[in-house]
Design a protein around this ligand. Sequence first.
Ligand code: GDP
Ligand code: MG
Length: 768
Amino acid sequence: MKLKRSLLETTTATPSTMGSEIKPPASGILTSPDRLRKIDQLREKNIDVILPLPTLVAVGDQSSGKSSLLESVTGIPFPRGQELCTRYATQITHRRDPEVQIIITIIPAPQSTEAEKISLRSYRKELSSTTQLRDQFAKILDEVNVYMKIKTDKNPEGEKTFSRDILKIEKCGPTEDYLTVIDVPGIFRLTSKGQTTEGDRNLVRDMVTGFIKDKRTIILAVLPANVDVMTQEILALAEQYDPDGERTLGVLTKPDLVIERSAKEAVCNLVAGRKKALNLGYYLVKNRGGDDDDDSKDDSGIRRKERDLFQQSPWCNLPQERVGVAALRERLQDLLGEITDKAYPELRSEARKKLAEAREQQDALGPPRQTEREQQQYLAQIAAKFQQIVRAALEANYSSHSAFDEHGLRLITQVVSITDTFNTLMRKKGHTYSFVKVKTRDSDDKLVNSDDDSEVDDGNEEDDDPAYDGEYDGEYDGEYDGENDAVHSELANRGTVIHIPPELESFTNIVKQPIITVKQDNSNWIRNMYLESRGIELGTFSPIVLASAFRDQTTNWGLITEHYISLIISIIHEFTLSILNTICAGEKLYEAIKSILMDDLLARYAKGMDYAKYLVQVEREKKPYTVNHYFSSNLQKARGDRASEALKKNCYWDDHSGAYAVKFEHIKTAVTNKSNQEHAQDDIHDILKSYYKVARKRFVDNVWLYAVDHHLLSGPNSPLTLFSEQWVLGLDEDSLNAIAGESRSTRDKRKELTKKIADLEEALRILK
Ligand code: GDP
Ligand code: MG
């Protein structure tokens, strides 16, 4: 890597070290030629489309002599004739090259469509000399009009009067200077009927200002000497964009047409700088006139006609460095060098900035995806990212992704919190009837069971207590609080606003309705049930009674559980969609993935819900049974409590032993003065209560473990695992294309950006 880099550096360094005419930069020595050459290299790569490069632009009124001036300066023989007024900008570039040739191409306007760009770029003419160009120019311009769709007599199908496309004329040769000039349509004041409209006028103005507003543009304000300079709009426009006049040069044309002595004097005053109107001053040039075919030049390349004119009075008295095309040309080169020197560091930083922007835009588009494989890779990447976030969400690793800043996306935290509430709700409202609490102590005397820490069942969790102590305090097992609580508010009021999208309606109808009341009628229901289902049993009861009592006691379980699962599903759903939305580039992609995922997602939610319902069904319909030892210790404790309750009235304080005591004969009567029926009822109650508690805890755990954790969260078929790389690989071609296929405009955009990036990288290499 390192080696490669240094190789690259040597290669790019070579041209400048080889150019022996270039002296090392030192104070006072202009490095402009080198820089101008580099600027021209940039132009060669068409980089000026992205990055405005130092340029000369001739602006002025129509027929002020812009095209003629540029012909004088560049030697490109523009065809003359009034009807051929410029309809687009023409860029004339000189390039030093061993081969003499003129290359004509079209630079499409940035806003052209891709098809237009392709057509415009296909135009190319190569000519070997200016003579050949002169012969063919009119024909070439006709062709160009067709390409640019400009309406003329010869091209009546054309659509526009003016175009933002640029005609580029490259003049190559071993003696060419680094000079680039742009000829723009003249600013016209009056819209001539049938030909130019207000819109055209604005377009031209726009085009002109587009060129002159750039700091790197030298403005050649072309003014005909035979009209009053001060009436020319262009000066005001130039001043607007170059208020200090640092890059505006006045060029007076048509001196041969100035007849009056006073008019000549006014021109001389301007050129000699006596009337200071422009910082950089005025130059006086004479171009070819309309009927002037004589283009002969003297030995130093100066046109005879111009030289002859300027030898006459009053022009011969003017400072010679301000008179004539040759002088102007020299000045322009210097000026361009200065501007380039100034612009150079800026160009570099701007190229870097533009490159970064273009890369960012390219990143936003995602990797290219035209082929099936590219689409697959693209989607698989998104899916992998999704899974990564899911893993983080399940591990509560929220610092790993900014999406988690939004509280609603803290998935596992929300789930745990709702599960806690589910557990509490099951404890408080899971049962249909409240159980009896048997008291073993009296608050008035000191008969306090040391195991009993007066815990009540309705608020504080008792679960951690291995012995299930302290449940029997002789009151109704205090879960009844007299309110009609909607499960919904209980579960939903966890600081989470749950938003239920329409697609989840089948899971969430339950959310709105359940209102659960725990009935306080504690003893009658057991008695009634016992009496109704009693068979020929001696001193005991049928196991069927217990089963049906348990079923009666658990009618709320389904409701609470379905509601809980609905909430979990809506949290998972919201999470899934939000994450998907954040990682998808663009709404279209998100919607496409969502719509293809949706059915499978809903099916997986339904599996979780079904499993929860199945757990409810199993718990309620199987014969009550458990091997959990908490059941027997609970039951034994309940029986013990009942016995001690019965003995309580016979107990006394025994000073000798320092404890409460009961006489032996009392024990016999205490446990025998109940009827068989009462015994059976008490037994049913105590067994049911002991079993219910164990079953409820088992159930809540199972709902969590199987329905929620396994089916909805972390199991291999949970909805969260759906959008995975595997899913992407399983998509057929059509779905793949529907989701990840690129629109034409994205494709075009990508192509354009790829070229832009390559160009800018090249620019940075050149500007080094
Ligand atoms: P543009 O519309 O600003 O590009 O102006 P042109 O360059 O097309 O010039 C308009 C007319 O003025 C043409 O017929 C030119 O030949 C003529 N013209 C331009 N410069 C001079 C000049 O210095 N002297 C004379 N006599 N005619 C000129
Ligand atoms: Mg013109």
